[in-house]
Design a binder for this molecule. Structure first.
Ligand SMILES: [Zn+2]
Length: 191
């Protein structure tokens, strides 16, 4: 498989501008993961590059948050031939519904699309409660975190990068008056 950065660029995943991230931080770089997630065949190929390390964890269940993280969990689940569940937003928290039942011997891989602060993984851990002891790894397509987090170990990523992030009050792009863009919040224009 070609270089992962090349694939991200070819698929217009890496965008430059002034963006509000779901973590609340601002950045000059946005990873439009849906340009990957809309291509299941490509996601499958990309994830396969980490198949050995994922398999070494002995995972029996993948879980990701709606929407992007769930698509990633299902892609990993397909590769491993194991179940995949999704968590749904409930206010500030995540919830497991749909009678998705975690078995006593399950070994869980938590999945997501892009990690910035790890907030989404922390919400997933909180949602699992006592079942959090069954977590045996974390998987993310794009790891753009600046600091590692001891709760999120081992973390497997397809692409690791250090794109700049700013607290809104210290954002140089805000100071320059560059309009702030929140991706994915408005309807797609029709061609
Ligand atoms: Zn800003």
């Amino acid at each position: 498989m070609e270089n992962i950065r090349q694939i991200l660029e070819e698929n217009k995943v890496i965008l430059k501008g002034h963006f509000l991230l779901s973590s609340g931080l601002h950045s000059d770089t946005y990873f439009e993961k849906y340009r990957l997630l809309e291509k299941p065949y490509l996601i499958g190929e990309i994830i396969k590059t980490k198949e050995n390390v994922i398999r070494s964890l002995g995972i029996t269940l993948c879980i990701g948050p709606l929407t992007g993280g769930a698509l990633v969990a299902f892609a990993v689940g397909r590769m491993l031939k194991v179940k995949a569940f999704y968590m749904e937003k409930a206010g500030e928290d995540l919830l497991l519904k749909r009678d998705f039942l975690i078995g006593k011997d399950d070994r869980i891989l938590l999945c997501d699309d892009v990690m910035t602060t790890g907030g989404s993984f922390k919400k997933m851990i909180k949602c699992l409660g006592p079942d959090a002891t069954k977590i045996h790894g974390f998987f993310v397509l794009i790891d753009r975190s600046v600091a590692s987090c001891e709760e999120i170990v081992p973390l497997i990523s397809i692409y690791k990068t250090h794109a700049a992030t700013y607290e809104p009050e210290n954002c140089p792009l805000c100071k320059q008056g560059v309009p702030l863009e929140k991706r994915g919040s408005s309807p797609t224009p029709r061609l």
